[in-house]
Every structure is written in C-alpha cells, then in structure tokens.
Design a protein around this ligand. Sequence first.
Ligand SMILES: [Zn+2]
Length: 117
Amino acid sequence: MTDALISPFAAGLRCVCPRCGEGALYAGFLKVAPSCESCGLDLKFADSGDGPAVFVIFAVAPLVIILAFIVENLFHPAPWMHLVLWIPAVIIFSLLLLRPFKAVMIALQYQRQAGAA
Ligand SMILES: [Zn+2]
C-alpha cells in the first residue's frame, strides 16, 4: 500500500493529489478537480467546508498583529498607514495560504478516510 508514503502535509503544501502526489488537486483557484489526472483518484470525497478558512484566520491574524506591533514600535506610523499596510496584507496572506491549507485538509481527509463510512 503506497498511500502512507505521501505525507498529507507534503502533498497539501504542493497542492497535489493526496494518493499519488503528482496530479494537480485544483482545477481552479480553489475548485477541486473531479479526479486526479495522474492516478485517477476520484476527488469527489473532498469537502473541506469552512475548515481551511478557520486555520487561515488563526495563522494570518496573529502574524499581522505581530507585524503591526513591530512596525508601530520601529516607525510610529500614522494610524492610516496601518490601514494601508495591513488590510492588503491580510488579503494577500489569506489568498496565499487558502490553497495549501485547503489541500492539506483534503489530504488529511483522504489519509484518514473521513466520510468513507
Ligand atoms: Zn493522483
């Protein structure tokens, strides 16, 4: 059984199929492909729901808060500068992390056979 050879985190961070680790997981920005183009794994089981968004919030919020504290202590910028800096930062960090976080959750679902009962 080769399933255990691919770490769900390695497959997820690369946004590839959780079984073979080669085929692309996504057919769009966040749209999961119907099946793996490499091994043919049916990806219809994949339903990560709101899970990835929650973990993205838990990752991005502390990161941006810490960066804002550092910038405030080093440069004392005007309050509007914080808005100009951190609103786009939150959007960019969230969009960057959403794909790999969703892929990791789908890979964990596959590895743990969640929903297979
Ligand atoms: Zn595959």
